[in-house]
Design a protein around this ligand. Structure first.
Ligand code: SF4
Ligand code: SF4
Length: 442
């Protein structure tokens, strides 16, 4: 595709990135076939190709975006199914990130929208305050329902409030967890923010299963908030996301320099794939910092690490207990498109003896997408319902996923009034190899 940037625009690093991506796009439209919002609307401007044109126009003209253009960009889930489909290797994420930043800088949203987005960007990355807010749910829910008559986002928030918060005693503490038997690997497990409140048992299960299979785990001290920056990044609040990334890197650098480890850290991981995908993107978020600010490390999803362990000298530890025979694998977009990891989760679950089924159109997003299900409930509800129907159609006993956002979205009841039993891959593997039955299935 031809671009028309001025020499001054071309001198900016961000425009150089955009220009390179835009020139790769040949406007073939293959990506439209797998775009969830194009499938829902049939509207070119709700497709990757349409959004690429909108973003190109905004970057070239430097004009203030119209409300319609902002809506088209806001409707994008950043699911990146388009990247997986594109035959020309267009890195759509580099464009939508710039599009969101530009909207944040230039467009004045309506007051209710501004307040909602600022509240989410402040509250969600702060586990203590987020927990407090959810605890007031009994009082807050009816109020949100009333507000929801005028503001659909308030209703969406009420729907996503869990009936009961998990026990905080499950939350893992910073420290070192030694591998059982021979130490084959050493990872740093970054615990994050929202998952710490909604699913603290996931990291506890991850530590059990990793140490059981010969992998030591260091849990670093959290940075100020503990957030990887993905939540503000999704909202176009780039400065906040960069600040969080820098804070994390400072903590990790200290850990790598001063850690009293038995062996160096082989890899960093976060068990929420949306967050792990964000960590992988730090070099792009902070391009001025080479190799993550001096930290030249691997960042992996837990399924990749387990797959590596299982094929090494540490075979899967099998138990004789009865487990559900079938499970449906719900691949988070951040894992299958963001990190391009499609094989490891299936291999790991199958190595544990589970019969794993995949839903039809597995590449489609469930509608969670960071804060998307709170901000764009109309699209998110349709996508969630569609995904739940397809998972039910597999006939599997339970659903396994790898991202707290997808787990919350799919566990929420839909118009049929029923919800799915969804657990994290770490809980499934822990259970299969000697750990407790996941709390949500008890
Ligand atoms: S598939 Fe790739 S090259 Fe074709 S329109 Fe979409 S982004 Fe552009
Ligand atoms: S990221 Fe997802 S929703 Fe956005 S344009 Fe690409 S396929 Fe469509």
């Amino acid at each position: 595709m031809q671009t028309h940037f001025t020499p001054e625009q071309r001198s900016r690093p961000s425009i150089q990135v955009a220009d390179e991506v835009l020139r790769k796009c040949v406007h073939c439209g293959f990506c439209t076939a797998t775009c969830p919002t194009f499938r829902l609307t049939g509207d070119e401007l709700e497709s990757p190709r349409g959004r690429i044109t909108l973003i190109q126009n905004l970057l070239e003209s430097e004009a203030t975006p119209t409300a319609e253009t902002v809506a088209n960009l806001d409707h994008c889930l950043s699911c990146l199914a388009c990247e997986s489909t594109c035959p020309s290797g267009v890195s759509y994420r580099r464009l939508i990130d710039q599009g969101r930043e530009l909207v944040e800088d230039k467009y004045r949203r309506p007051l209710a929208d501004r307040l909602t987005r600022s509240l989410l960007a402040w509250l969600l990355p702060r586990p203590t305050w987020f927990r407090r807010a959810l605890k007031t749910g009994a009082i807050g829910k009816p109020l949100l329902r009333v507000i929801g008559k005028f503001l659909p986002q308030a209703n969406a928030m009420a729907n996503m409030m869990p009936a009961q918060l998990p026990d905080t005693s499950d939350a893992v503490k910073p420290g070192f967890h030694a591998a059982q038997g021979e130490e084959l690997m050493h990872v740093a497990l970054v615990t994050g923010c929202v998952q710490n409140v909604l699913g603290p048992q996931i990291d506890a299960a991850a530590i059990r299963v990793l140490t059981r299979h010969g992998c030591s785990v260091t849990v670093p001290e959290p940075s100020t908030t503990g957030c990887c920056g993905a939540l503000p990044h999704h909202l176009g609040k780039a400065a906040q996301a960069r600040m969080m990334a820098r804070e994390n890197m400072t903590v990790w650098r200290k850990l790598l320099e001063n850690g009293n480890q038995t062996r160096p850290i082989d890899s960093f991981l976060m068990t929420a794939s949306g967050c792990a995908s964000m960590l992988k993107d730090y070099p792009h978020l902070l391009p001025e910092e080479k190799n993550i600010g001096g930290i030249d490390i691997r960042i992996n999803d837990i399924s990749v690490i387990l797959n590596e362990l299982f094929t090494k000298e540490s075979p899967v530890i099998t138990t004789k207990r009865s487990l559900p025979e079938t499970m449906a694998w719900q691949a988070p977009c951040s894992l299958q498109h963001g990190m391009q990891e499609k094989i490891a989760p299936l291999s790991v679950l199958r190595a544990c003896g589970f019969e794993v089924r995949e839903p039809r159109d597995a590449y489609l997003c469930c509608g969670s997408a960071g804060t998307y299900n709170l901000l764009q409930p109309e699209f998110a509800d349709q996508l969630g319902e569609d995904k739940r129907d397809k998972l039910r159609a597999t006939g599997a006993d339970i659903v396994v996923s790898a991202n707290i956002g997808c787990i919350s979205q799919l566990s929420t009841g839909d118009s049929s009034g029923t919800s799915l039993r969804v657990i994290h891959l770490a809980e499934a593997v822990d259970w299969a190899t000697g750990g407790p039955k996941p709390a949500s299935l008890r």
